[in-house]
Write a protein that binds this ligand. Sequence first.
Ligand SMILES: Cc1ncc(COP(=O)(O)O)c(C=O)c1O
Length: 404
Amino acid sequence: MFQINDNYQKLPGSYLFSTIAKKVAAFSEANPDKSIIRLGIGDVTQPIAPAIIEAMHHAVDEMADAKTFRGYAPDLGYEFLRKAISDHDYKARGCDISADEIFVSDGAKSDSGNIQEIFSTENRIAVCDPVYPVYVDSNVMAGRTGTYDASTGMWSNVIYMPCTRENGFVPEFPKETPDMIYLCFPNNPTGTTITKAQLQEWVDYANKVGAVIFYDGAYEAYISETDVAHSIYECEGAKTCAIELKSFSKNAGFTGVRLGYTVVPKELKCGDVSLHGMWARRHGTKFNGAPYIIQRAGEAVYSEAGKAQLKEQVAYYMKNARTIKSGLKEAGFEVYGGVNAPYIWLKTPDQMTSWEFFDYLLENANVVGTPGSGFGPSGEGYFRLTAFGSYENTVAALERIKTL
Ligand SMILES: Cc1ncc(COP(=O)(O)O)c(C=O)c1O
């Protein structure tokens, strides 16, 4: 009789977005006259920029002609895209990352879930709390965690680093020493970030204790402050301790198009073993490359026209972020984030739990957000609103919230 991977049995159901959907559906059914504004899920709403669409059309036409048709893509990515990434995201910022240290993929979710595979299951992971759930769940599946305690919302054998208003949402070095550290800045869900100097401390710490950092920079395009690093490789010594994960989803609206990349520097080693070589082996075996058409779309992200159009798109969402943040402040809420990220993290009023506030907002303002407790125990008492809606809806939602 076959056996299953029992680790999957340990996972509690992922109820967050399905519970939200059910609650919203029930409310809608009971109140068909009410128009609901959704500022919950972190998905973009603006269409793909014209320069990128044009590049995609061109690539589609190439596929229709035997002379320009492309079959399997190189599994590590086309050189034209890897070079564009290396030039624009790294060399232009003074980071010495070459094209062959970049692995093109179908997005940061897969990479952040898969990267743990090349590490021992004996390693201990450290995560921020609250956190993007993929980091923990993928380690649960691999058997790197202990058991789940439903009363605390925590796994044994996982090091949690609370990020709350008390520590300014900056993780502190844990008491126990981790082997694998997950960091995401600017952060989902809190919308806050850390300075380059603070990130440097993490790089120094990882190099000192012999840990690897997985640095998720999915929201890098939203950085507006000058003392925030756009890449972990801006920090001295990062090439010997850090893997960086990037996505085209939030900077270019590729959530449905699918494209991302991971940087594994050649200097990153465990003894004599190169992690770059291991990830190349893994990619070569299990991944057959992102589609040519999509990689051409990715290349257009770095064209002059693409860059200008995407700057406008990011500005559009960040105008929403400012609208939410200032509106909430006016309404007397305590708010965080929204300066270097498209998320606003608010403290729930009157000691309400995250879910109590969810219900309150849905019923009284007909606005949907995401309960902070869904991202980890330290998210309890907080609530996330996203800036990814339309400007009109964002303004309307805040008008409603202000009248509560
Ligand atoms: C922190 C973080 N990393 C990664 C992702 C997923 O990115 P992608 O769409 O490239 O898979 C998300 C999506 O919400 C995210 O919030």
